[in-house]
Design a protein around this ligand. Structure first.
Ligand code: PEP
Ligand code: MN
Length: 349
């Protein structure tokens, strides 16, 4: 349930109600809005608890949360969450563009890609050092050596690094190098990993499992939020259907659907969602038109020679063209592809 405080409730009243919620054996998540504060009371709810909270000082109302997910629900926090990672902002009017190779293959490949995507306007660098591959015989990633290469690319370009963590035990290592922990589609329901990523406090990009429902995605996000990490981005990356003309089927209705139900930003991955380079530019534009808060795109200096996912990777030139197209659509729907600081700097005083 949600304890909605009155406008102008004092900090003392808020603290008192947090304590009351905890005394009832519930977890208290205070959310400080610009208008008023609400306290999400999470746990097994009983009606008598609700009535006893209603009479608390500074309380306006106590209402049940109808969705199965709680902290992720828009019922608890009507204001959109903006995830800020160094110079990148994702959410509300800020569009993040995360671009880079599927896998970190070498220093030269990663650094040249980082320079190219930065020059074209990307706001973060992606690249896998730990790769979840369908076959154990495929390239598995450079692991810590790959993380070091990503850190060197960040050092040179200033782009924050988004990279996958595949196991709970690897979270401390990956979080030492990464600005955003990517939880891959195959691991969306690895609950120990979700909890560890939550506890690390590092922002998380949570990819939808190829056969996960929206409620399952939001409940997975709830694990991270409940561990105290509010910086969660959801990612639609395509689902399994009977269709074979694309690698996965990319359902863009996910974006407005999630925006109706959660305050968390929604990122779209047209690279994995289509599996074909030629389809990526238009589906990137379509994702932004659908209201996406960010894109994650695979870019490679020489896709033909890529060690993974070359068939869906953009060349530097194609990425530059995709950015030009995306900027037009972003303008039309009131989104900005730039770091928030730049946006603020341009506003008249
Ligand atoms: C990736 O981003 O390279 C990746 C493996 O994605 P997914 O988990 O969506 O398959
Ligand atoms: Mn990939």
């Amino acid at each position: 349930m949600i304890v909605v405080m009155q406008k102008g409730a004092t900090q003392e009243q808020i603290d008192h109600m947090i304590q009351r919620v905890e005394e009832l054996g519930l977890k208290a998540h205070p959310i400080y809005g610009t208008e008023r504060t609400v306290i999400a009371a999470i746990g097994d709810k009983r009606d008598e608890d609700r009535h006893s909270l209603e009479s608390g000082p500074g309380v306006s109302a106590v209402v049940p949360i109808l969705a199965p997910y709680k902290v992720a629900s828009i019922e608890v926090k009507p204001e959109r969450t903006v995830v800020r990672v160094g110079p990148m902002s994702v959410g509300n009017c800020h569009l993040g563009i995360i671009a880079g190779p599927c896998s970190v293959e070498s220093e030269e490949q990663t650094l040249s890609t980082a320079r190219a995507v930065k020059a074209a306007g990307a706001t973060a660098l992606r690249g896998g050092a730990f790769k979840p591959r369908t076959s154990p015989y495929s390239f598995q990633g450079l692991k810590e050596e790959g993380l070091k290469i990503l850190a060197a690319a960040r050092e040179e370009t200033g782009l924050p690094v988004v990279t996958e963590v595949m196991a709970a035990a690897d979270v401390p290592l990956v979080a030492r190098y990464a600005d955003v922990l990517q939880i891959g589609a195959r691991n969306m329901q690895n609950y120990r990993l979700l909890e560890e990523a939550g506890a690390s406090g590092t922002p998380v990009l949570l990819k939808r499992g190829p056969s996960a429902t929206m409620d399952e995605l939001l409940l997975a996000a709830e694990y991270i939020l409940n561990a105290g990490n509010q910086n969660v981005m959801l990612c639609e990356r395509g689902i399994r259907t009977f269709e074979t003309h694309t690698r996965f089927t990319l359902p863009l209705a996910t974006v407005p659907y999630l925006h109706e139900r959660t305050h968390l930003p929604v990122v779209v991955d047209p690279s994995h969602g289509t599996g074909h380079t030629s389809l990526v530019p238009r589906m990137s534009a379509a994702a932004i038109a659908a209201g996406a808060d960010g894109l994650i795109l695979e870019v490679h200096p020489d896709p033909e020679k890529a060690l993974s996912d070359g068939y869906q990777s953009l060349t530097f030139q194609q990425f530059e063209e995709t950015m030009q197209l995306c900027r037009k659509v972003a303008d039309a729907v009131g989104k900005r592809i730039e770091a928030e600081e730049e946006t603020l700097a341009r506003q008249p005083a």
